[in-house]
Ligand binder design. Structure first.
Ligand SMILES: Cc1ncc(COP(=O)(O)O)c(C=O)c1O
Length: 397
């Protein structure tokens, strides 16, 4: 074999184990994809309709612009200016085929001497991406002892452990839902705006925060004078994971490098997908989407939270995202719970896959991420029944 071997992203471990046990794909009709990180792709109560077609002409079939089409970049500037008063131009935006390719581009292009700092409990592919590019991060404690809530001082200590350092952080955090907003987000931005410091702030779950969304871009005065990268995606809030559109907001100089990389390795991003996402960002529509997504998932977070607590889970979930993060009752491991759930065509994501140290036996072994992102509201009672059956005799009340 000529290529270096590497395994798929951690979440696939669960998908493969599920497929082996059930001969089905998690997410197919009749399954309960609580391990999965995609949102409902149907219209939400009070939300805008989701387009069923895209209109395009012969010119749209030409190669795309390497940085992203100007219409989409202008729509994003308008969006960030309207909702956060952000000080940006379209030269501060680079479009990618999803959030992960943007994240991977930043990490892969990072200068050798830059220390990467990351919370102990984070989004699975951060670990896989860092491993793929051979970088070992400085880990900031985020575990049951601090209830998965590292402080500003914890981040300052990690960032100051090297001359130059980049914080990599999802906000809202996947899997914990813990979210920095308002003054705490402003302080984090200030920390990462100091000379030699920077941050990759991944806002994939921006819309999914109660009481309202926030963005680091509200607090960045002049992004051209920072090493801050704000990652966004149409994947979650705009409910179109299949469109494969994401973007990085960064200094003009950094965006030029993304353009160069795109011209060598990517060839731009599907113009048809960019047309779709540009239409989703029309200001009135996206305002409606922010409200509807926020309200629907806040109510799902609350009722699944109450049900899981009643079943004996110890939840650590914050106010963002579409996951519950907690400890399984009765000392049961996530693998044991999944073996039981598989019999009901259901699965959760084992906490270990969100451990940035990916320890076999560590504090994450009895933790799980329960996703209510792809779950229609009407599944609630049935879902709780499955969980109750699988927990009978192990601490369920
Ligand atoms: C924290 C986080 N960032 C980014 C993404 C973006 O993913 P995609 O590459 O599918 O746009 C996801 C999706 O699961 C996510 O959870």
């Amino acid at each position: 074999m000529f290529l270096r071997h590497f395994p798929p992203m951690g979440i696939y471990e669960t998908l493969f184990r599920f497929a082996d046990a059930t001969q089905a794909y998690l997410g197919d009709a009749g399954t309960h994809p609580w391990a999965q990180g995609y949102p409902l792709t149907r219209q939400l109560p009070g939300g805008p309709s989701i387009p069923a077609s895209v209109s395009f002409g012969p010119d749209d079939l030409r190669y795309p612009n390497a940085s992203g089409q100007i219409e989409l970049r202008e729509a994003l500037v308008r969006y960030y200016r309207t909702f956060y008063g952000a000080n940006l131009t379209e030269e501060n935006i680079a479009v990618f085929p999803g959030g992960r390719p943007g994240i991977m581009a930043i990490l892969a292009l990072l200068e050798e001497d830059i220390e990467i700092t990351i919370e102990e409990t984070e989004y699975t592919p951060y670990h896989d991406s860092l491993r793929l590019i051979g970088r070992a991060p400085e880990v900031v404690p985020s575990n049951p002892e601090n209830r998965f809530r590292p402080t500003l001082e914890d981040h300052a200590r990690a960032l100051d452990s090297a001359d130059r350092a980049l914080l990599v952080k999802s906000n809202p955090c996947n899997p914990t839902g813990v979210t920095w907003s308002g003054d705490s987000l402003r302080a984090l931005v200030e920390l990462a705006s100091r000379p030699g410091k920077g941050a990759l702030i991944d806002e994939a779950y921006e819309f999914f925060h109660t009481p309202e969304p926030d963005s680091a871009l509200r607090y960045i005065e002049d992004i051209d004078r920072t090493d801050i990268f704000v990652v966004g995606a149409a994947t979650k809030g705009l409910q179109v994971p299949g469109a494969r559109i994401g973007w990085v907001v960064a200094s003009k100089e950094h965006c030029e490098l993304f353009r160069n990389l795109s011209s060598i390795a990517m060839g731009g991003v599907s113009r048809l997908s960019q047309l779709l996402v540009t239409s989703l960002l029309e200001i009135d529509r996206v305002g409606e989407a922010r409200r509807a997504v926020g309200a629907f998932f806040a109510s799902q977070r609350e009722r699944y939270g109450n049900a899981l607590t009643e079943l004996g889970f110890e939840l650590f979930t914050g106010e963002g995202g579409f996951y519950h993060w907690g400890r399984i009752p009765g000392g049961m491991t996530a693998h044991e719970l999944n073996d039981r759930l598989f019999r009901h065509d259901a699965a959760i994501l084992p906490g270990r896959l969100c451990d940035m140290d990916r320890r076999e036996q560590g504090p994450h072994e009895t933790l799980m991420r329960f996703s209510f992102g792809p779950i229609p509201a009407e599944d609630f009672e049935g879902d709780v029944e499955i969980l109750r059956t699988c927990l009978t005799g192990v601490g369920a009340r």
